[in-house]
Structures are given as C-alpha cells and as structure tokens.
Design a protein around this ligand. Structure first.
Ligand code: NAP
Length: 252
C-alpha cells in the first residue's frame, strides 16, 4: 500500500454503497478523503473510522449536493484543510419508487434532476476552480458516476433517473473537452446492478435477484468492483484517457 499523495480526494455520497467503497480504495492509495454525506452522519463517520483504523486520513462533511449553498460550504471545508483537491468523484445519486412516467410528479422529477444533474455540475464547477491550472491548481481528475440506465432507459421503473444519467454522460463528454487544457481529465463510470441500498429506495430491495438472470455474468456487482474502475480513471494509470465512460455492468 502506497501513501504518497498529499492531496485531497472528494467523494460525494460516500457514506454508503459505491461511494463508501471508493473512499476506502482512495485512502488505500494515499489520498486524504473527504467523505461527503447527505443525511446519515453515523454511516459517514463509520467510513471515516474504517479509513483511520487502516492508517489513512479522512473527514466527513454533510452537504446536500443539490443545494448550491451546501456545495459551496463543502468546498470551503475542503479549502480549510490547506492541501490541494486533485480528485473528485461525483457519486451521490438518488432514485424514487418504481413507476411509469404517467404517475410521476414534477416535484419528483425535479428532485431527481437536482440531485443527479445539478449536483454533479455544481461539484464539478467548484472542483475545476480548484484543480484547473489557470486558477492556480495542479490539475486533477473527475469521475462522474452515471448508470447503465442511461443506455437502457429504465422503462416502467424510473425513466426520470435514466434521463438524469443520460445528462451526466453528456456532461462528462462536454466538460472533458472544456477543461482538458486546464490539466483536468473527466471520465465516467456506468454501473449496472450493484448490491447497495439504492434498490430499496426504488421499492424493491431484491431487484437484483429478480433481474440477475439477464446479466451475462449472472450476478449483481459489488460496490468494490465499481470502485476499482473509478479509481483507475482517477489515477495516472489512465493519464491519456478523458471523455471516456466505462461500463461496469456484468455485460448488460
Ligand atoms: P446508495 O447506497 O443509495 O448511497 C447513496 C449515497 O448518496 C449515500 O451516501 C447518500 O448519503 C448520498 N446522497 C444521496 N443524495 C445526496 C445528496 N443530495 N447530497 C449528497 N449525498 C447524497 O447508492 P449507490 O447504489 O451506492 O449509488 C451510488 C451512485 O451509483 C449513484 O449515483 C447511483 O445512481 C449510481 N448507480 C448505482 C447502481 C446500483 O445498482 N447500486 C447502478 C447504477 C448507478 P446518505 O447516506 O447521507 O443518505
């Protein structure tokens, strides 16, 4: 295990699931990890504890990424540490109970878009201001966590969520070109069916068991398997890769 970095990696939505696994892997690579969470402080503190017990450094910051004031507060807290922010994982994302479009309210649709799209853009904006060379930064790497849903559309379940992830993919492509000259790479990861709490939020905790026969690899994925792809795209091992999106879907 190398502990060579003196820079900060921010993972949004790192209290659980894919974000928590990514935070742990980044810590093992030597980053000081900012563990962002929305509501579950106990879960975020447990992630911080597991990192510090393994010899790493991490701190938890509450912020709702869909709220601009919270995003500004989150990055101000990172600035206080006094070390450069070089990696951002836009991982926080939400979905709501499975339903057809005809039953979706504007309020629900807007909440999904705010958290998944606006939140991703706002965090990336603040990161570019810190990583970008013309802003005095040392460059960096951003990974946006999308979903296989952006390709498949999630009919009868959550087309609002799938559309939000389509926006994330388009944003990844556009921002990668916009900030390449700033020394900032921007890539995406599209997870498939991964064992986390998010399926319970959709009203079907056992959704993976219902659908896993359709996955070529015949099983759901683990958060750690997604984290591996995220960490690759964040690292110098992918130094000539930007505007790319890796599917971690078991073949779907
Ligand atoms: P999860 O287990 O439900 O965890 C969601 C995380 O996001 C939690 O840490 C939660 O914080 C945080 N969060 C939610 N809303 C937030 C907000 N407004 N501001 C800040 N943090 C917020 O989710 P997951 O399955 O790991 O999903 C992570 C990402 O992968 C999401 O973008 C999701 O769309 C994507 N993804 C997941 C799957 C899958 O099968 N699991 C598949 C494709 C894509 P609290 O703990 O404080 O609530």
């Amino acid at each position: 295990m190398s502990r060579t970095h003196q820079s900060i990696a921010l993972v949004t939505g790192a209290s659980r699931g894919i974000g928590a696994a990514t935070a742990r892997q980044l810590s093992a690579q030597g980053y000081i990890v900012c563990v962002n969470f929305h509501a579950r402080e106990d879960a975020a503190l447990a992630v911080v504890k597991s990192i510090t017990e393994a010899g790493g450094r991490a701190f938890a910051v509450q912020a709702d990424v869909s709220q601009e004031a919270d995003v500004l507060k989150l990055f101000a807290r990172i600035d206080e540490v006094g070390l450069p922010l070089t990696q951002l994982v836009n991982n926080a994302g939400i979905l709501f109970t499975q339903s057809k479009l005809v039953d979706m309210s504007a309020e629900r649709i807007n909440r999904v878009l705010l958290a998944n799209v606006t939140g991703t853009l706002l965090c990336a904006r603040e990161a570019v201001k810190r990583m970008g060379r013309s802003y005095g930064g040392m460059g960096g790497s951003i990974v946006n966590v999308s979903s296989g849903a952006s390709r498949l559309g999630s009919p009868n379940e959550y087309v609002d969520y799938a559309a939000s992830k389509g926006a994330v993919d388009t944003f990844t492509i556009g921002l990668s070109k916009e900030v390449a000259g700033e020394g900032v790479r921007v890539n995406g990861v599209r997870p498939g069916l991964i064992h986390t709490d998010i399926h319970a939020d959709g009203g079907e905790p056992n959704r993976i068991e219902r659908l896993q026969d359709r996955i070529p690899l015949q099983r759901g994925g683990l958060p750690e398997e997604v984290a591996e792809a995220i960490c690759f795209l964040l690292s110098d091992a992918s130094s000539f890769t930007t505007g790319s999106i890796i599917d971690v879907t078991g073949g779907i």
